[in-house]
Design a protein around this ligand. Sequence first.
Ligand code: NAD
Length: 394
Amino acid sequence: MAKILIAGAGYGGLTCAVELEKAGQPFTLINKHDYHYFTTLLHEPAGGRNKFEEYKVNLHDVLRKESSKLVKGVVTGLSPQENKVLTDKGELSYDYLILALGNAPEYFGIPGMAEHAMLLRSWDTARKIHEHIEHMFRMYRDDRDETRLRIIVGGAGLTGIELCGELAEWMPELMATYHVPAEKVQLINLEAAPTILPMLDEGLRKAAEEVLTKKGVQLRTGTAIVKVNENQVELKTGEVIDARTIIWTGGVRANPLIAAAGFEVDPRGRAKVNEHLQSVDFSNVFVIGDSAWFTGPDGKPLPPTGQAATQMGAVAAHNVLRIMKREPLETFTLNYMGTLASLGAEVGVGNVKGMKTKGVSAALMKEGSKLKYLWQLGGLRLVNKKRGQLSSRR
Ligand code: NAD
């Protein structure tokens, strides 16, 4: 029987595994953790909405067939020329590989960023951000160092803006707990481009700006960070801001293992794939999600999103099955559902299926998309297991 290996259990890898399991196809899935976390929602627990445990599912709760082999391990290298994946648990060989290793931070060579900024990229880092900010407020009680109350978020894409919305809602709670006057707290978003959320139209952007400004976020567009020191950012204007919390949400690139393995890559290190999601270099390797360089019918490379990764995962699974049955392969086309940005628990902006939405309705749609995703992974069983845990401020 053909050996199928999936590397990574993010949105793409796990969806692929679920589809293969449904089809009764055995496979091996290697992942760093024995759980899957909801990457696009990590700003919520980072800012104190809900418990952290609600933002991950155990892989064994999703993949329950004995024929689905789960390996908890870290991929350390790829050798597509030899059909092998190198891991900290030894080499794994395959006939078909689905590479779903996600992304890495894009630092654009900004000195000090990697060393001194925190990232919102995994369940662990979301937790670190949350604990760090609370620790800063606690320490302020003792030393009255006001840089402890200044939070810098670098980048106003979806990650940065959603995080700011969530942190802004948490601030009043922290101020009350640690007896900090509101005027001492500063939540600053620094964005190099002239606008926040460039993927949304001007009306929605303005709505988001209004909501965030009202919540106390200082939005500074046209403001590039050029250097980061310990507890300090330097701006292109020459201005220097001291802050004990610096979070970088300035963009992502592909997992560096891809370029290192000799795949043809784009400037963001993503492996070029054909319309069936096969690597153009190795046809038995499917590359999906944030590490895939897929060019849509409009000639533009697809941006890295959770919805694209999920849909790619399903198509990659179908195509592996089709190859084995000698059937023609499925062509990947993104079914674009829209973009929703939450601005705290009860407000959002975005467009869904071409319709603009803002306010409570956008926030409710975002809640709905969480349930839909759980349903896709594990049906009613998983929805019930997690239901009631969602959307309650802890
Ligand atoms: P991004 O690349 O979309 O945004 C990063 C922002 O940082 C940009 O606006 C950029 O101009 C800014 N920036 C870059 N260098 C800077 C500098 N030196 N100083 C100040 N600002 C700087 O990154 P992201 O928000 O992490 O998103 C990554 C991908 O994930 C995107 O494709 C996004 O659509 C997707 N995503 C989707 C959702 C969602 O659907 N809700 C949530 C999060 C991320």
